[in-house]
Write a protein that binds this ligand. Structure first.
Ligand code: XMP
Length: 508
């Protein structure tokens, strides 16, 4: 049995981040609802409990609470923000509206010794986000830090710890040290859990749940759906059917690569069905130039193709989706989740006949999914590759999508990626797009009137904003030379120097 830390969810926005920070210490961590019964907690036998933040005020009647007896379990507990206030409130302290709320990076002064703050500087920057605060600590608790506006920014008694700030967010400069202190020094976890344990126990649970049921998976060849499919394949073998739709809008060789790994001669037992729908997509995109219309058409056609295949297969019991945590929008206390409708290519069909959707990766962050993929033996190039949008090259070709343009952008993109990989440059996303601009050039002694390729390379951590990468000139020069020499129909290459905002990462 693995060491386990549980997080009780009070509706805070960083809850999954807390779980992830614990897992970074090689300790398994799960999130449970705030009102989980005491008996269930005892069964889980956690080495520690973390109470999350949340938007409520402890005094409101409808505010989420937890069973007060958790404080008598003799299990270390860390309350964060609302969780800290709740600990104070339930144990007899006083919580009230702070005279001035604190939001953002705040200087916290550590007062005296605390195991939670081992190796943390006496004055440290923490992320605050609160309007209520602990005004009086419960009996026998001692104050372990303060800020200018918050006289009790942390408190503790025996193995109960509470912090008003958020150690889980990056802006708390020594937050990771605090979480490690809690996990290792306070909960005494050894930290011997690895992602493979998660994969193996999920595979076991899937096996039990699915029994002899039939499962259908839309495999795009992207990281998430590939990892999900492999997990399912390990759980239920050939009860799984994977449908891969070749839209013709994938990168050069991509469809073949996906088939090589997952097809009949590959290493997995996936009942792999490849649908060659290239012509259908091109037909639907004929004459369409408006980017949003192209997205909608591609999404709709994808669903139609998938639906047709599913009907041929007949009744299935479960549908697998490679949804990961960033695809999930928390609602309420995080007890229910809504999947973004534009997940991958336009979402999945709504009127298919199946019992339930299975999302084995829904609680993991992208880099954790990658770890699972590597530990399950998927090849590096597939697991570590950069993001690729569901609508594919359809949104990297400005103007009408034609077969000729798809080939041009595939070839140019192949060269660019090749050179970046050879140079070993680390980028968040990089690709070639085809502008809709043709201009005059000269090649040999001939006049040309050809397209211009735009190269795009960005650095970003969250893909919400991005900076243009300052690529070495020699690389740009070499890529330009290769593209104009090797790709028919191109006589100019531009480098897109625009960040996001005002541009987007994609070029559509
Ligand atoms: P933008 O262009 O909005 O892209 O700055 C941000 C990130 O999202 C990816 N992207 C998509 N991914 N389906 C996807 O699965 C889509 O429709 C889609 N559109 C953009 C884009 O590649 C970048 O990583």
């Amino acid at each position: 049995m693995n060491e386990l830390i549980i997080v009780l969810d009070f509706g805070g926005q960083y809850n999954q981040l807390i779980a992830r920070r614990v897992r970074e210490n090689n300790v398994y961590c799960e999130i449970h609802p705030n009102d989980i019964p005491l008996e269930k907690i005892k069964q889980l036998n956690p080495k520690g409990i973390i109470l999350t933040g949340g938007p409520n005020s402890v005094y409101n009647e409808e505010s989420p609470l937890c069973d007060k007896r958790i404080f008598e379990l003799n299990v270390p507990i860390l309350g964060i923000c609302y969780g800290a206030q709740l600990m104070a409130y339930l144990l007899g302290g006083k919580v009230s509206t702070a005279p001035s709320s604190e939001y953002g990076s705040t200087n916290v002064s550590i007062d005296g010794n605390s195991k939670l703050f081992d190796n943390v500087k006496e004055n440290t920057i923490c992320w605050m986000s609160h309007t209520d605060y602990i005004e009086e600590v419960p009996n026998d608790f001692r104050i372990t830090s303060h800020t200018k506006n918050c006289p009790i920014s942390s408190m503790e008694k025996n193995n109960l710890y509470a912090v008003q700030f958020h150690p889980e967010v990056m802006h708390t400069q020594e937050g990771n040290t605090m979480i490690t202190n809690f996990v290792k020094n306070i909960c005494h976890c050894k930290g011997d859990w690895i992602m493979l344990d998660f994969a193996e126990s999920t595979i076991k649970q899937l096996k039990q749940k699915i029994g002899s049921g039939k499962v259908l998976c839309a495999l795009s060849g992207g990281v998430d759906s590939s990892v999900a499919a492999v997990m399912l394949s390990k759980a239920i073998g050939n009860q799984l059917i994977c449908v891969f739709v070749d839209t013709g809008l994938l990168r050069k060789n991509e469809a073949d690569e996906v088939e090589k790994i997952f097809g009949t001669n590959g290493s997995y037992d996936l009942n792999f069905i490849k649908v060659d729908a290239k012509d259908r997509f091109l037909e639907k995109l004929k004459g369409v130039t408006e980017p949003e219309s192209k997205r909608k058409i591609i999404g709709k056609e994808f669903i139609r193709v998938f639906e047709e295949e599913a009907k041929k297969i007949g009744k299935v019991d479960y549908l697998v989706q490679g949804t990961i945590y960033s695809d999930i929008i928390e609602s309420g206390h995080g007890k229910s989740a809504v999947i973004k409708s534009h997940h991958n290519v336009g979402g999945l069909p709504k009127d298919l006949d199946f019992k339930e959707i299975i999302e084995p990766l829904r609680l993991l962050f992208k880099d954790e999914v990658r770890k699972v993929g590597l530990e399950l033996g998927l090849p590096n190039y597939l697991v570590l590759r950069q993001p690729f949008p569901g609508p594919g090259l359809g949104i990297r070709i400005v103007g009408e999508v034609t077969s000729e343009k798809v080939t041009i952008v595939q070839e140019a993109d192949w060269i660019f990626r090749n050179e970046i990989e050879n140079a070993g440059i680390n980028l968040s996303q990089y690709f070639a797009a085809l502008t809709n601009m043709r201009s005059v050039g000269v090649m040999g002694d001939e006049r040309t009137y050809d397209y211009a390729i735009a190269l795009r390379a960005v650095i970003t951590s969250d893909f919400m904003t991005a900076e243009t990468a300052k690529l070495p000139w020699e690389i740009l020069e070499k890529v330009t030379q290769r593209i104009v020499n090797e790709v028919k129909g191109v006589n100019r290459v531009f480098y897109d120097c625009t960040g996001k905002p005002p541009a987007t990462i994609e070029f559509e």
